[in-house]
Design a protein around this ligand. Structure first.
Ligand SMILES: [Fe+2]
Ligand SMILES: [Fe+2]
Length: 512
């Protein structure tokens, strides 16, 4: 991201001579994990059949039924044992020349640091059903290796090593902290809970719309979702069924939306998600090597981006009406109209990427536009444009640029390249409009200066465990978004605001 280039472009758009300013932002240092194709092929092979088994070196055979679900009782079937023999099931995350656990009576296994997860006694036919539980805390997608060993007086046998990826039951939110004001600053995924409704039935997370998710966030954290020059987006991704005295959900808090927010009465609005065709462009996104949980997270992140792009269509539609109301020049109206088309394109691409990660159609439902034209006086329109255009869009364009540079998926990277170019133009349009408004109404200068001085939201400082997966697929984690926002605000927005207001008495009020 070239901060000086961004500054100069905005100054040129306003017809101001670019100032020479020091710039340069260190990129994000974390390297994205390349997709490991061999690993993926291995997972695929085992995922389709439940459990794969190498040719057994011993005489025992080991079989499982169904997927390797964590946290529930499963049965391993072992055959070929001596009648009455003790049969052990051993598990490990790694294969190799393993030890000979004392309990196995001198029998050695091919697992590193194996754990005995279950035992049973072989019946008269040499069969044993060994019940066991895959520990709930093993990460989803991790490969577990198993081996059976049978011991009887004076003899011992083993099976071949079997392996399978750990799967999670679909209605399990995993091991999340409870959402509290303090945890907002240390984590990204939480349980957020509300009282059980009078019906006695908890609505599913898919039935709770964006506004309901925002309410859950505020209820649990005590913090507003949107305010100032940006906002956190909140996404529900799971029902938690292990809690019996409340309705609880897996919640993710995430990035600011890319582009101009659609605010009404100070709250950003987005459309409800909808599983409908018509908004998702088919894109061949590379899904190899991603676990289900990673895909859910990427679905959430890209759905949020898509909803932000979709809301930007409404923001520019309103802006066109406001420009006409204020008697703005035709070129500004034309560029605002073109921006609507850009945002429709962005939304279709972002919904397409979200759909690819989701494995199903993700689209936009109804957008609440009631009261959208409530703020119709000149001052409100100009100040909204300062906050949503000059500040938010300038920052969003730079964030998209950093996200594009970090992205390893060529399809998403190309999509982000197009979005970056458009968003930079949209930011320029906002600055050009404010420049024009100040020329016509210089009395607005003090309010404009004050709006530029409002500063940014408090940054989040959490370390996102999925930061690398997000980066590789065109999304930055919240901490990176905030870091870019702070730099762009200080080194692009404020210098440009000072240049914009240089010929106004209030310009000196924007401290360098
Ligand atoms: Fe935009
Ligand atoms: Fe956009």
């Amino acid at each position: 991201m070239l901060l000086e280039a961004n500054r100069q472009r905005l100054l040129r758009a306003m017809g101001l001579v670019p100032a020479v300013l020091a710039g340069g932002l260190a990129g994000c240092e974390v390297e994205a994990d390349p997709v490991d194709a061999a690993d993926f092929a291995d997972q695929l092979a085992t995922a389709e059949t439940g459990v794969s088994q190498a040719p057994p070196p011993g005489v025992l055979t080991l079989n499982f039924q169904g997927p390797l679900l964590a946290g529930v009782w499963l049965n391993a079937q072992v055959t070929g044992a001596d009648p009455g023999a003790n049969v052990f099931l051993l598990a490990s995350g790694t294969t190799g020349a393993g030890p000979c656990p004392a309990a196995l009576n001198g029998v050695c296994v091919d697992l590193v640091a194996p754990k005995i997860v279950g035992t049973a006694t072989a019946n008269a036919n040499g069969q044993a059903i060994v019940p066991f539980i895959m520990p709930h805390r093993v990460p989803e997608g991790a490969i577990s290796y198993f081996q059976a060993a049978g011991t009887s007086p004076g003899a011992g046998d083993t099976s071949g090593v079997a392996s399978a990826p750990v799967d999670y039951p679909p209605r399990d939110c995993g091991d999340l902290p409870w959402l509290r004001p303090s945890t907002v600053y240390t984590d990204y995924n939480f349980f957020a809970c509300a009282a059980i409704p009078a019906s006695g039935i908890c609505p599913s997370y898919t039935q709770i719309g964006g506004q309901g998710a925002n309410t859950l966030f505020t209820l649990n954290s005590g913090l507003p979702v949107n305010g100032g020059g940006g906002g956190w987006s909140v996404y529900l991704w799971c029902d938690e069924t292990s809690v019996e005295d409340a309705c609880c959900y897996g919640m993710e808090i995430g990035q600011w939306a890319i582009g101009r927010p659609f605010r009404v009465h100070g709250q950003a609005r987005t459309a409800e998600g909808a599983c409908t065709a018509g908004w998702a462009e088919g894109l061949p996104v590379d899904l190899r090597g991603l676990s289900r949980r990673e895909r859910r997270r990427l679905t959430a992140a890209w759905t949020r981006s898509a909803q932000g792009e979709h809301a930007s269509v409404a923001a520019f539609a309103r802006f066109v009406l406001q420009l006409l109301q204020l008697g703005a020049p035709a070129e500004l109206v034309a560029d605002a109209t073109a921006a609507m088309q850009d945002e429709i394109r962005h939304a279709r691409v972002a919904f397409g990427i979200a759909s690819a990660f989701a494995g199903e159609l993700v689209g936009a439902g109804s957008l609440d536009t009631a009261d959208a034209l409530a703020a119709t006086d000149l001052t409100a329109i100009v100040l909204d444009t300062v906050r949503e255009g000059c500040v938010a869009e300038t920052i969003a364009a730079a964030q998209a640029e950093v996200a594009r540079d970090a992205c390893v998926d060529p399809v998403i990277r190309d999509a982000l390249s197009a979005i970056v170019a458009d968003e930079q133009r949209h930011a320029e349009l906002a600055w050009r409009f404010v420049r024009w408004a100040l020329q016509v109404h210089p009395e607005l200068a003090p309010a404009v200066a004050a709006a530029f001085s409002e500063g940014l939201e408090q940054p989040l400082v959490a370390v996102d465990p999925m930061a690398e997966v997000l980066r590789a697929h065109g999304q930055l984690c919240e901490a990176e978004m905030q870091a870019v926002a702070q730099r762009v605000h200080a080194e692009v927005v404020m210098p440009c605001a000072r240049a914009l207001l240089a010929d106004q008495p209030v310009g000196v009020g924007l401290a360098a």
